[in-house]
Design a protein around this ligand. Sequence first.
Ligand SMILES: *[C@@H]1O[C@H](CO)[C@@H](O)[C@H](O)[C@H]1NC(C)=O
Ligand SMILES: *[C@@H]1O[C@H](CO)[C@@H](O)[C@H](O)[C@H]1NC(C)=O
Length: 383
Amino acid sequence: MRLRFPMKPAVLPFLVVFLVFLSQFAVGIRNIPGRIAGFDIGQFVEAPEYRNGKECASQSSNRENFVSSCDPSLVHVAMTLDSEYLRGSIAAVHSVLRHASCPENVFFHFIAAEFDPASPRVLSRLVRSTFPSLSFKVYIFREDTVINLISSSIRQALESPLNYARNYLGDILDRCVDRVIYLDSDIIVVDDITKLWNTTLTGSRVIGAPEYCHANFTKYFTSSFWSDPGLPGSFSGRKPCYFNTGVMVMDLVRWREGRYRGKIETWMQIQKKRRIYDLGSLPPFLLVFAGDVEAIDHKWNQHGLGGDNVRGSCRSLHKGPVSLLHWSGKGKPWVRLDEKRPCPLDHLWEPYDLYEHKIDRAKDQALLGFSSLSELTEDSSFL
Ligand SMILES: *[C@@H]1O[C@H](CO)[C@@H](O)[C@H](O)[C@H]1NC(C)=O
Ligand SMILES: *[C@@H]1O[C@H](CO)[C@@H](O)[C@H](O)[C@H]1NC(C)=O
């Protein structure tokens, strides 16, 4: 079934901007012969068109209807875009639009890896054909930006360079973007994203995220960290709590001014020399921000739905309301649905899926061996 909705003429061809900005972070499109041709990213049906209601602040789009990412009425969302998690990203975008009070005011910033097997160009074409009137940009993430900083972690998926893209949003996104919501690709939003966007970051706080102060914070770092005479002192003056970096509201002005990218990289360099944690991109965020995070309502990150990493068991929701579901952990709803062994909550993800040929795809996905983008403890006791 192909959904067809009346559409404006193709007025936004230039919204897909392959940005060549800081040469350090972006490069022009490179074709990687052989890899593109052989990689099937599958087919997605066109999403229904979601339009602004009358109550929405009108965008100051110009005659060509070009929505500039600098428009102050926009809600900015950053996500990674890669062939492996594409189906999740597409469903996530769909869910944001479906529940937004003003869907046309949401601007997506997609970060694609330079060497993705599907190429950033192919990925952005696919986003355009699935969401013809979406305002978005695709930025190219140069993997060599982080490759030398990545240490091996307990789960291979956590070593993917794109996992670290969130550290670089302050550099990658246009300077005029002063706030962004970062979202993992294994989520769906079931509430108005503007509510999350409107979060106040009090004092000088740089990021907002749900905090989990009952989680055992000790286990996110190795004994070599805790036994060091100096390192644990970095938490002095704050009460560090675990937070999940899959959903964050980020003040990019404060981020850039405070040079937080450098602070995170410093910890990654320490990790290279001596192992102070076992996970991938999460611990440096905890080291820099834990205890100094604006605590957002837990409903904005009902995480852990991917289930137990070892046993693949199903998880249930945490108590309370739900605005965002997050399949962090090893299992992904699209894989389990295709394999006909879904967890009960996976059926909540299904209505947002826009993938075609779901049956054929099941085999391919099993071969790809999905695992989590976002990080969770391997211990199932809490999450
Ligand atoms: C978000 O904040 C804007 C500006 O203050 C306000 O107009 C809008 O109603 C708020 N939206 C929501 C959903 O809270
Ligand atoms: C927290 O985890 C550490 C390391 O795994 C463990 O030694 C400690 O007993 C735990 N604390 C609590 C309160 O569970």
